[in-house]
Design a protein around this ligand. Structure first.
Ligand code: C2E
Ligand code: CA
Ligand code: CA
Ligand code: CA
Length: 281
């Protein structure tokens, strides 16, 4: 261990140093990426499980670093949240997604758009700003609010219940639906489903993965679907990769699905081709 004389680097280890260095570098590059606009959005179709027809898309951010290539959102979104960079990034996401959606609506494809929003965005410094941004962008792009969905995670609801409730209510008042993402992974009380203005539950991929092999997972999905139905919530299953999973989810009464079986997330241009193709079939 190293000591600078003031006991500062007491637990110094080479691994820790490497990790911290990577973390700091990533943060610096992320700051530049915001300025240089090195992001793009991919769109993954959400389909009706009865007929595989697309009803909407989920916007998923991609960071194309000129030196390091594509960096996964799982890697940089947590840093963006910690540093507050999520606010400018989130604003860019909204702007880009609604511009693309408006374009598809003009072409006659009346699909919906689901956007991932993190707690820091929703409850940012200025509580009204996110709502104002949403409202302004919907107006500017001439999009009816029911076509925009906001995805939040369960864990967000636990952080600051009062504030969160107010923020969600105010978004809901614009006419947008709120989705609970990664449902079943948050270990939170289910009572929030009744208290918060939630319209849709997205069943986490981890349950779908093993539903055919593990009876307990299938039973859990069945219970989630039944609960959703009794609360009049719609259900989306995430991460559907096989025909058998699709068939079983449909039989269980799940409404919508998303996954590689139907489509990977696609760049805007390819999503547009997908829409044209579906319209012909
Ligand atoms: P998520 O919201 O749960 O998004 C679903 C993730 O599952 C996406 O990963 C998607 O590409 C992947 N996926 C979809 N279908 C399948 C499948 O059939 N098999 C497998 N193996 N994977 C599938 P992605 O795009 O890497 O995004 C990871 C996470 O990053 C997202 O998880 C979300 O939490 C976060 N994220 C992405 N874009 C944004 C954004 O604009 N804002 C915020 N705050 N978070 C974002
Ligand atoms: Ca999501
Ligand atoms: Ca998810
Ligand atoms: Ca549904």
């Amino acid at each position: 261990a190293k000591n600078d004389g003031r006991n500062n680097y007491r637990y110094y280890s080479p691994e820790m140093n490497t990790h911290m260095l990577e973390r700091i570098q990533l943060e610096q590059r992320l700051r530049q990426a915001v300025i240089r606009q090195e992001f793009c959005l991919h769109y993954q179709p959400i389909v009706n499980l009865d007929d595989r027809k697309i009803t909407g898309v989920e916007a998923l951010i991609r960071w194309q670093d000129p030196k390091f290539g594509m960096i996964s959102p799982d890697k940089f979104i947590p840093i963006a949240e910690e540093t507050g960079l999520i606010e400018p990034i989130g604003e860019w996401v909204l702007q880009q997604a609604l511009t693309d959606l408006a374009h598809w609506h003009r072409l006659g494809f009346k699909i919906s758009m689901a956007i991932n929003v993190s707690g820091r965005q929703l409850l940012g410094h200025n509580k009204t700003s996110f709502k104002c941004l949403l409202k302004a962008l919907l107006q500017k792009n001439n999009i009816e609010p029911q076509y925009l969905h906001i995805e939040i995670t369960e864990s967000m609801l636990m952080d600051d219940t009062e504030q969160c409730m107010a923020a969600l209510e105010s978004i809901r008042s614009l006419g947008l639906d709120i989705y609970i993402d990664d449902f079943g992974t948050g270990y939170s009380s289910l009572s929030y489903l009744k208290r918060f203005p939630i319209a849709v539950i997205k069943i986490d991929k981890s349950f779908i993965d093993n539903m055919l092999e593990r009876e307990s997972d299938a039973k859990l999905i069945k219970a989630i679907v039944m609960m959703g139905q009794s609360l009049e919530l719609k259900l989306v299953a995430e991460g559907i990769e096989t025909h058998a999973q699709w068939q079983m989810l449909q039989a269980l009464g799940c409404d919508f699905g998303q996954g590689y079986l139907f489509s990977h997330p696609l760049p805007a241009q390819e999503l547009e081709s997908y829409l044209h193709q579906q319209a012909l079939s």
